[in-house]
Design a protein around this ligand. Structure first.
Ligand code: AMP
Length: 644
């Protein structure tokens, strides 16, 4: 079968999108100052001479040794800037410290309660170098993996840059993940050092992180050091005490005067980091990004897509635990030399207006956020942002999940209306570390559609045989050519990486369903595989099912994503209980809590239904498609493969 089976709701979404939804013209001022003044020309040029195009962008980065060749592509493998040497932390720090951005703010950190700390480029340089030297003393060297389990604190960013400085490969695990998720990532990466914070703060509550780490490393003999960033900054906060010899304090291991640590010259193809993401099996995928192509990609995109200048205040509401945090909290904007605002906490606490209050206070120019956050702000009343001075906010970029037209228009009116700026959608994923499709401020936005391929991107919508589909027909989103800012492998499992290029031979299958209009604007409708998107976070159905069946009451589990007005999708689970277990509200609560402890709050099902059996194929595979269609009152389609 070559056809892509679309659900009724996807079909309905396509027909709605193909009718003119109205366009938002690009603001003249933005278009005039754009990094790529004529993206059409750039796209043609990149198409004709991709290596020439990327060679030009590579000049945005400082190289220790020049590369000898721009790219090499033997599917599924690709390599960029061959022979070149560079260091990512030197690009984010040294070149600014040795220039006129030395005393400019690199980071402005704000706590949920308003606590504020500023790090100039010179200070950030010293902090990173001190911690890099401390890591070296713990025996961390080039190629070693370091797992980072920290919330959005400056020390988290310092840890990432310190690893990059000495050539260690960081693997940040989102600090909301549970014990099982953390333990499996530590084990898979083979990290001998874990750096964590003792607490995070959320909605005024102090949330301990260390017990999760203690539990995750308890039976892991490979972990030699647990470095703990002890906060205890608020009255009544007791810093945690240490439980074993392998635990050390983040600051105690640093020497105040050791403010220089030479940056390790890294080969362009050396890994910079591993970031785990959900796939269709319960085993997390360690996506590996390479130093050279990644740094060129994110520096270029920070300028060309997000339009961040070195005098700008830039704020991303994401977290270092996600790819957005890597590319567009840390490496991209710091490479440019911008001032990055980082705030720990949720965007509607202590008040629903806190985001706008901070935008006004700091004069934020460019903001990155998620469609979920926009919908949440909308639900707090239409015009809260109008009570604040947002006249400097000229660009709001949204990514991570579909941005529905209503939310797009609301943001255009209330968030950038004062500045005459623009809201831009952009599509990418952990595997591709920056925008691939998007609306550049030089062309009109079409709400509901992401935009066009970025220069250098050759994207297509195809059937299962890889044949291009005409406009208006939904299919698989693929890339026909690799990009420098794309993953090189899956950590420890190159064959799993190869599958991205093998589902349709020779092209990269992103795992999403997309459609395009006759002008080449793409819309991305959702995942084609068993992965859900909850509030912009990719969660594998298999991860949640795996967690449920680890509970002693559960025999079998099936998990689906259902539409949710704010989060995009919410998780519903169906479970078959083991013999002799009685269902009841206490049990459901304990199952939800179990998933929360195991994987973290974002993976907790909002609903769990007990069933006598689950729909399966004759070969025993659970048919989630059937469960979903029934839940949504849609036609479940062909049932001939069902066993029962
Ligand atoms: P992650 O790797 O966790 O960042 O998730 C990436 C996935 O989020 C993509 O494969 C898409 O399914 C979805 N996604 C990201 N950006 C967009 C967007 N602008 N529109 C629609 N879906 C998106």
């Amino acid at each position: 079968m070559t056809d892509i089976q679309l659900t009724e709701s996807q079909q309905a979404a396509i027909s709605a999108l193909m009718h003119d939804e109205g366009v938002i013209p690009p603001p003249l001022a933005l278009a005039r100052s754009a990094y790529l003044p004529n993206d059409g020309v750039e796209r043609d040029r990149a198409q004709r001479d991709p290596d020439g195009f990327w060679a030009e962008q590579a000049e945005l980065v400082d190289w220790v040794e020049p590369y000898t060749r721009v790219s090499e592509f033997n599917p599924p493998d690709h390599a960029w800037f061959l022979g070149g040497k560079l260091n990512a932390s030197a690009n984010c720090l040294d070149r600014h410290v040795h220039g006129d951005r030395r005393n400019q703010a690199a980071l402005i950190w704000i706590g949920e309660d308003g606590e504020e700390h500023t790090y100039t480029y010179a200070r950030l340089y010293r902090e990173v170098n001190r911690f890099a030297n401390a890591l070296k003393r713990l025996g961390v060297g080039k190629g070693d993996r370091v797992v980072v389990y920290m919330p959005l604190v400056a020390e988290g960013i310092i840890t990432m840059l310190a690893c990059a400085r000495i050539g260690a490969v960081h693997s940040v695990v989102y600090a909301g993940m549970g014990t099982q998720a953390l333990a499996s990532r530590i084990a898979d990466s083979g990290a001998r050092v874990v750096v964590c914070s003792d607490y995070t703060y959320r909605r005024g509550r102090r949330i301990p992180l260390k017990p999760t780490v203690d539990e995750a490393v308890r039976d892991d003999p490979q972990v030699q050091w647990v470095v703990v960033h002890r906060r205890g900054s608020r009255p009544g906060d007791e810093p945690v005490s240490f439980e074993s010899e392998r635990e050390v304090d983040f600051y105690d291991i640093q020497e105040p005067r050791e403010i220089h640590c030479p940056p390790e010259p890294m080969d362009a193809e050396d890994p910079l980091f591993i970031l785990y993401t959900s796939g269709t099996t319960g085993k997390p995928k360690g996506v590996v990004h390479a130093t050279g192509g990644y740094m060129v990609g994110v520096t270029f995109l920070a300028r060309a897509f997000y339009q961040i200048g070195d005098r700008d205040i830039y704020w991303s509401t994401s977290d270092i635990g996600w790819i957005v945090g890597h590319s567009f909290i840390v490496y991209g904007p710091l490479s440019i030399g911008a001032t990055v605002l980082v705030r720990e906490g949720v965007p509607d606490y202590p008040t629903a207006d806190v985001t706008w209050e901070l935008c006004e206070r700091f004069g934020v120019n460019v903001m990155f956020t998620a469609p979920t956050a926009v919908r949440m702000w909308m639900s707090h009343g239409p015009d809260a942002p109008s009570r604040y001075d947002l006249s400097r906010l000229r660009l709001v970029a949204c990514a991570g999940e579909p941005l529905n037209p209503e939310a797009h228009r609301w943001a255009q009116e209330y968030l950038v209306g004062q500045s005459g700026g623009m809201v831009v959608d952009n599509w990418w994923q952990t595997e591709v570390a920056g925008p691939v499709l998007g609306t550049l401020p030089t062309f009109e936005a079409r709400p509901g559609k992401v935009g066009k391929p970025m220069p250098g991107v050759v994207a297509d919508v195809v059937d299962r045989e890889g044949r291009s589909l005409p406009p208006g027909q939904g299919g698989l989103l693929v890339l026909r050519r690799p990009l420098p800012y794309m993953l090189r492998t899956v950590w420890g499992d190159h064959s799993r990486y190869a599958r991205y290029w093998e589902q349709i031979p020779g092209v990269y299958a992103a795992g999403d369903i997309a459609v395009r209009d006759s002008d080449g604007y793409f819309a991305v409708l959702g995942r084609a595989d068993d992965v859900m998107n909850v509030a912009g976070h990719r969660i594998g159905t298999a991860d949640v099912e795996g967690s449920l069946v680890r509970h002693k009451a559960v025999g079998e589990a099936a998990v689906i994503g259902l539409p949710d007005p704010v989060k995009g999708e919410r998780i519903k689970a169906f479970v078959v209980l083991r013999k002799g277990v009685e269902p009841g509200p206490g049990l459901i609560a304990s199952l939800k809590d179990h998933v929360r402890q195991d994987l973290g709050p974002i993976a907790q099902p909002s609903e769990i239904e007990v069933r006598d059996s689950l729909p399966k194929t004759r070969s025993g595979k659970i048919v989630r498609r059937y469960l979903k269609a029934v839940e949504m009152g849609e036609d479940p389609g062909d049932l001939s493969t069902l066993a029962d």
